[in-house]
Design a protein. Structure first.
Length: 331
């Protein structure tokens, strides 16, 4: 009896060992086929839900099951939709179940037709990732999304949609045509006010961007003073630049065409009754312009003290003719 029990135990151990070897061998062989590429990925075409009687604007669920050998998995799916169809939700990949030698994945997306008629067959692609000898490789497989027909929305016997029939139709023009006229006049008045304010604002901005002539003249005079003080400019050139600064300032400040006039013409205009300059300014300009001509044309030496005095009086001329905050001319 004991011998029989021992024999049964040994037989059981042998059978279990054989089963383990068979199962292990099958698993190893299946995995070997997977990593060596002998097992292929099954990529069926998409199916649509609903598959028929699809109407304009319906949400359609497109899905497929991808069977990948062990060691493979889908990484990314892309749809290429034809004209008249749009993607509502991007493809989602999720694992469904694991079977012998393979894993089943579901790829699902939502699409929507936005025109009626025949929608052509389109493509989709799936990137399959696999690992072999510690290296990761990617393979792109393609499939099809079947074409289908899109029906118009059935509105029944009425030409209007049910939602539209719940709203009472009111014609403003028929009930009171004066309302349209008042609305148009208000819109016109609003537009005119807006344009007026915009032009005023734009004018102020442009004026703020323009440097006034007295600031330009004072800046140039200060630069010329520094150049003379540091011996960076000779006397004859200094008196010539000073003359140009004064002439340009008078032209932009009082519209006197000083740069284009000779000294004689300029002095003649100073004596006119409508001249905007004060008597002391006229006297300074007469002495200054005459002295400047003597330096430039008669080749007389330009004394530095004379030049400094002339620049100081030119600065006083600019400062005294600078408008105050109210726009009035300085005295």
């Amino acid at each position: 009896m004991r011998f029989l029990s021992k024999k049964i135990l040994i037989s059981g151990i042998v059978i279990i060992s054989l089963l383990i070897l068979i199962i292990g061998g099958a698993l190893g062989y299946t995995y070997y086929q997977a990593i060596t590429g002998q097992s292929k990925v099954v990529l069926p075409d998409f199916t649509l839900e609903p598959a028929s009687q699809i109407k304009l604007g319906d949400l359609i669920t497109a899905k497929t099951l991808v069977k990948c050998p062990w060691g493979h998995h889908p990484e990314k799916a892309e749809l290429t939709v034809p004209e008249g169809l749009q993607i509502v939700t991007e493809p989602e990949i999720r694992e469904i179940k694991t079977q012998w030698g393979k894993t089943v994945w579901e790829i699902i997306a939502e699409i929507q037709p936005f025109r009626t008629g025949k929608i052509k067959q389109s493509d989709f692609s799936v990137a399959i990732i696999s690992e072999k000898d510690g290296k990761t490789t990617s393979e792109t497989l393609t499939g099809k999304i079947p074409g289908f027909a899109v029906l118009a929305v059935d509105t029944g016997k009425e030409h209007k949609l049910d939602v539209a029939t719940t709203v009472k139709e009111v014609s403003i023009a028929e009930n009171n045509p004066w309302i349209l006229l008042i609305i148009a006049l208000l819109a016109l008045a609003g537009t005119i006010i807006f344009l007026r304010l915009w032009l005023i604002k734009r004018k102020k901005i442009m004026e703020s961007l323009i440097i006034p002539p007295w600031e330009v003249a004072l800046s140039l005079l200060h630069e010329l003073k520094d150049a003379l003080k540091n011996n960076k400019v000779k006397g004859q050139i200094c008196i010539s630049r000073l003359t140009d600064i004064v002439r340009d300032y008078l032209e932009h400040r009082f519209n006197i065409h000083a740069p284009s006039q000779t000294t004689h013409e300029f002095l003649t205009d100073l004596d006119k009754s409508d001249s905007p300059l004060e008597l002391e300014h006229k006297q300074f300009l007469r002495d200054f312009m005459t002295a400047a001509d003597m330096v430039k044309f008669a080749k007389l030496p330009a004394d530095q003290a004379l030049l400094e005095n002339a620049m100081n009086k030119a600065e006083q001329l600019v400062q005294s003719t600078t408008p105050d905050d109210n726009g009035d001319k300085g005295v």
